[in-house]
Design a protein. Structure first.
Lengths: 155, 439
């Protein structure tokens, strides 16, 4: 009986914990994303997030981190995608993407549709979505929600 | 930095249109974005410098990068929110090639591509322009590749003209046919300039986009390696422009590769005008002995040109309402015995490629194509002059294959050309075509 009560107590605490996380995440207009704990290689960083079209997850979308190139005035002027060497991630059924052990630097997020590829803008503006990766840090981009994306419809 | 590559890019945002009330542009899409892929064709690391210009001639930005031997990168300009419509010049210490991709938003699936130019000309021909042609309109950018201000005039085959327009070095200017007065729905143009210029043309309706480059040098006998007609909905139109000073009777000979029957089509093209070949010949036999409605997959070449006028041509492949793409005809005189095809795919997230490699020499030859990272090879067997070999990579190389191909004819003096289609059976404008690179 005591063991069963302990189970109820632990279960109740877990429910409260998850509910609290849900409330906090709703207040921040983001979504709670469960991500595995990964030990980063020394000197590397990570980027995670969720990609959605409207309320639907963008599934099986190939993404790349394209390192930015500065111009002669020090401004980021191009994001350069190298399909062989640039970090890549495939979104899962929930639209989640993860890039781990990324060299520090500034990157653009590129969506690849094979025949073409596109630099993603911030969902709420016409500015390029640029990500500053630093050593030992994991950047959570939250949920990126777009009205539409240049991806091929799933068959 | 001896080598220069000049490309015109389009990044037209609705914000840009709102900020420029003087220039009323009626594009099919509210937003356009561009990226450009640069490939190092050499076996040494390439050091490149990329400069992009706005239409006022200002160098907006200059940046440097390196490309591994035979490697490639795709560059995305990072722009302010107000948008950008301009041009890019790439300098390199190695041989490079570039393909520009243009995306029209709205459907977000209409895209087109064209090849960057290595040099410009003072007389550039544009074989196919449209205003309200079954929903299609065109617009084009003219870029000054010279070192001084260019005075540019555009003379259309329907009698309309625009100019003079001053374009600063490196800068470009947009000519939009939908806002100009034209007496015809299909026409051509000749751009003249006192400085070398290059031209990139966009053909579009609300769902489909094509792109091609203007031609600064023609030939009396252009060749077109890939013609589809009545092929699962795909049709092809060849637009041939007579850039000479006299009328000429042009005969195009069609040679099947995997489907159809050989036939010819003859039309008279007045000086400065253009005519559409293949489209009506294969639909209803007009001006030809082609079989109306018959499936045809093969190649084409101009085999008669009665007064030896200079001709330029582009080829549009279209699946009505679904997708379309354009490529430029080849001058057989500039062909070699080796063609590089930088992007070949097999079952790559649904994408695959198919190409036609054509013998444009004067003697029969065989062609061997090898594929990077694979033991898969193709040998065409003996190909007569004017004949092409059709190869589809779907289910042929490996699941998920992405690589390149090199096709080499048997003899050093042979001449071959090739065109590659990239296809995805999914809905949307999912056809891309590019011309093989002669090596």
């Amino acid at each position: 009986m005591r063991i069963r009560n302990n189970y109820y107590f632990i279960f109740g605490v877990l429910i409260l914990f998850v509910a609290n996380l849900f409330i906090v995440s709703c207040q921040n207009h983001t979504e709670f994303v469960l991500t595995p704990t990964i030990t980063l290689t020394s000197g590397k960083g990570a980027v995670i997030g969720v990609l959605k079209i409207g309320m639907q997850p963008a599934k099986n979308v190939r993404l790349y981190l394209a390192k930015t190139i500065k111009d002669n005035t020090g401004q980021d002027t191009f994001a350069a995608l190298d399909r062989i060497n640039s970090p890549t991630s495939l979104t899962d059924e929930q639209g989640r993407f993860e890039f781990y052990n990324i060299s520090p630097g500034k990157y653009g997020l590129v969506i690849d549709v094979i025949k073409d590829s596109y630099l993603l803008l911030k969902p709420d503006s016409n500015e390029a979505l640029l990500i500053d990766v630093s050593s030992g840090n994991q950047i959570d981009l939250g949920t990126l929600i777009y009205d539409s994306l240049p991806i091929i419809p799933q068959q | 930095m001896k080598k220069r590559l000049i490309i015109t890019i389009f990044i037209l945002c609705s914000f840009l249109l709102a900020n420029q009330p003087i220039q009323t542009l009626a594009y099919a899409f509210s937003n356009y974005t561009s990226g450009f892929q640069v490939q190092n064709l050499s076996s040494s690391t390439a050091n490149i410098v990329i400069s992009y210009y706005d239409q006022a001639g200002n160098v907006v930005s200059t940046a440097s990068d390196t490309l591994n031997a035979s490697g490639s990168k795709t560059y995305f300009p990072i722009h302010p929110a107000s948008g950008f419509n301009g041009s890019v010049v790439i300098s390199s210490d190695q041989e490079i090639a570039s393909v520009v991709n243009v995306l029209g938003s709205g459907s977000h699936n209409a895209g087109a591509s064209y090849v960057g130019s290595k040099s410009g000309g003072t007389n550039v021909s544009i074989p196919l322009l449209m205003k309200g042609n079954s929903g299609y309109n065109t617009w084009f950018n003219v870029q000054n590749t010279g070192s001084s201000n260019a005075t540019v005039n555009v003379s259309y085959s329907d009698g309309a003209s625009v100019g003079p327009i001053t374009i600063l070095p490196g800068a470009s200017h947009t000519f939009d046919q939908s806002t100009e007065t034209h007496s015809s729905s299909v026409f051509s143009a000749i751009v003249t300039s006192d400085q070398p210029v290059v031209v990139a043309v966009i053909e579009e309706n609300s769902a489909t986009m094509f792109a091609y480059g203007g031609v600064s040098s023609g030939t009396t006998n252009p060749v077109m390696p890939l013609i589809n007609a009545n092929n699962s909905g795909y049709i092809t139109g060849i637009q041939i422009q007579n850039t000479g000073g006299s009328s000429t009777d042009v005969t195009v000979s069609y040679t099947p590769s995997t489907a159809g029957t050989a036939c010819t089509e003859t039309q008279t093209i007045p000086a400065g005008q253009s005519k559409t070949f293949a489209l009506y010949a294969f639909a209803n036999g007009t001006n030809s002995d082609c079989i109306a409605g018959a499936k045809f997959i093969g190649s084409a070449q101009v085999t008669a040109n009665s007064t030896n006028q200079n001709l330029v041509a582009i080829v549009n492949q279209l699946k009505a309402g679904v997708n379309g793409e354009a490529y430029g005809a080849f001058d057989p005189a500039t062909a070699s015995n080796t063609v590089v095809l930088p992007l070949i795919m097999d079952r790559n997230s649904g994408w695959f490629t198919g190409f036609n490699v054509m013998n444009v020499g004067s003697a029969a030859t065989s062609i061997t194509c090898t594929f990077s990272g694979s033991s898969y090879t193709i040998n065409t067997g003996s190909l007569n002059p004017g004949a092409a070999y059709n190869a589809i990579q779907q289910n042929q190389i490996a699941n998920g294959y992405v690589g390149s191909a090199t096709c080499t004819a048997a003899n050093a003096g042979d001449k071959i050309v090739a065109v590659v289609n990239e296809l995805n059976p999914a809905t949307g404008d999912n056809l891309l075509v590019y011309e093989g690179i002669s090596k």
